[in-house]
Design a protein around this ligand. Structure first.
Ligand SMILES: Cc1cc2nc3c(=O)[nH]c(=O)nc-3n(C[C@H](O)[C@H](O)[C@H](O)COP(=O)(O)OP(=O)(O)OC[C@H]3O[C@@H](n4cnc5c(N)ncnc54)[C@H](O)[C@@H]3O)c2cc1C
Length: 305
């Protein structure tokens, strides 16, 4: 599918824009699943002020989505009408400050922040090394692994809302819950301030190494979206999927992972529709088998073909 090209109109409206605007940019390579259609407009801001300028001047009826590292995301085959934003320059620095505070740009991969903290002898952030997303994604998803969650370490997050206003949210204002952040969906996070504590570089390195080994043994690391469904209260999603007989279930080029039954994988030639249909089939079978309604953890954006 190709969308009407509105980039020239947007450029004319925003003479001071410094970031890049592209029409009909394919998004498949920007997601771990490697599926999906194009963004009508793909925008890479130069920095936070450029982003604010863009959002202030963008007509209100044009929808906006932000993507991070695409590790918890299905882009549908018909692509995404409106604007898809991906942060980069201006939001990709990490600084360790006094008091074991870590200031991290939202475009940075979580693992880079974990490494910077390790090198500075700041402990408490090594769980981030196990999450293959960006800091923006960790804020939006309240990403967590091996006993640590974003909500445990966040002091405050900064972002820009759809009106182009800069906003700061304290930990309490983030409205964190399990894989959930209560800040309105239109807010694009640009920076986070995280609180660590004193630690030893060797010990933190050992922790990160252990996390890496556990991950490699228990999860597929290629063409997947991580945990597909949230764990329902009192249950493990993977067990419910297993008990419903769905491990290894295949639709088109998509499969429920043999290694971890809450992971879906693209075997190579999957479409986004294959993956989403597989997920819905699993949900229906689990409902029938156990009565539990699984909720998607993976975010799905765009339109079907
Ligand atoms: C192999 C594998 C293992 C995984 N293991 C874990 C795990 O142990 N724990 C865990 O929590 N997750 C895990 N995940 C899921 C995923 O890595 C996390 O949810 C991660 O936080 C998503 O970050 P992302 O940058 O990839 O976000 P994306 O997948 O790009 O987007 C996810 C959501 O975040 C939003 N978002 C992204 N950036 C921003 C921003 N700057 N401002 C506002 N919203 C934003 C998007 O709009 C979307 O709604 C795993 C995924 C994979 C593929």
């Amino acid at each position: 599918m190709t969308f009407p090209d509105i980039v020239p109109d947007l450029k004319a409206r925003m003479p001071e824009l410094r970031g890049r605007l592209l029409a009909n940019q394919s998004l498949a390579e920007l997601t771990w699943f490697r599926v999906g259609g194009p963004a009508q407009v793909f925008y890479m801001p130069e920095d936070e002020n450029d982003l604010a300028y863009f959002l202030r001047n963008l007509p209100a009826d044009i929808p906006v989505y932000v993507v991070g590292a695409g590790s918890n995301l299905i882009v549908r085959d018909g692509g995404v009408p409106g604007v898809v934003i991906r942060l980069g320059r201006g939001c990709n620095e990490v600084k360790v400050e006094e008091g074991f505070r870590v200031l991290a740009g939202a475009a940075l991969l979580d693992v880079m922040v974990a490494r910077a903290a390790r090198d500075a002898g700041v402990s408490g952030l090594s769980f981030l090394s196990g999450i293959p997303g960006s800091i923006g994604g960790a804020l939006r998803m309240n990403g967590g692994a091996y006993g640590g969650e974003t909500k445990d370490v966040l002091i405050e997050a900064r972002g820009v809302d759809r009106a182009g206003d800069l906003r700061t949210f304290s930990n309490a204002e983030m409205g964190f819950a399990y894989r959930h952040c209560g800040v309105p969906d239109d807010v694009i996070f640009t920076h986070a301030v995280l609180q660590g504590r004193a630690g030893s570089t060797e010990q933190i390195a050992a922790e990160m190494d252990a996390i890496k080994k556990k991950r490699e043994a228990s999860q597929p690391r290629n063409r997947t979206g991580g945990s597909t469904f949230k764990n329902p209260p009192g249950h493990s999603a993977w067990k419910l999927v297993d008990e419903a007989g769905c491990r290894g279930l295949t639709i088109g080029g998509a499969q429920v992972s043999e290694l971890h039954s809450n992971f879906l994988i693209n075997l190579g030639g999957a479409s986004a529709a294959d993956i989403e249909t597989l997920g819905e089939t699993v949900r229906a079978r689990v409902k029938e088998h156990s009565g539990v309604e699984l909720e998607w953890e993976i975010k799905r954006i765009g339109v079907t073909q």
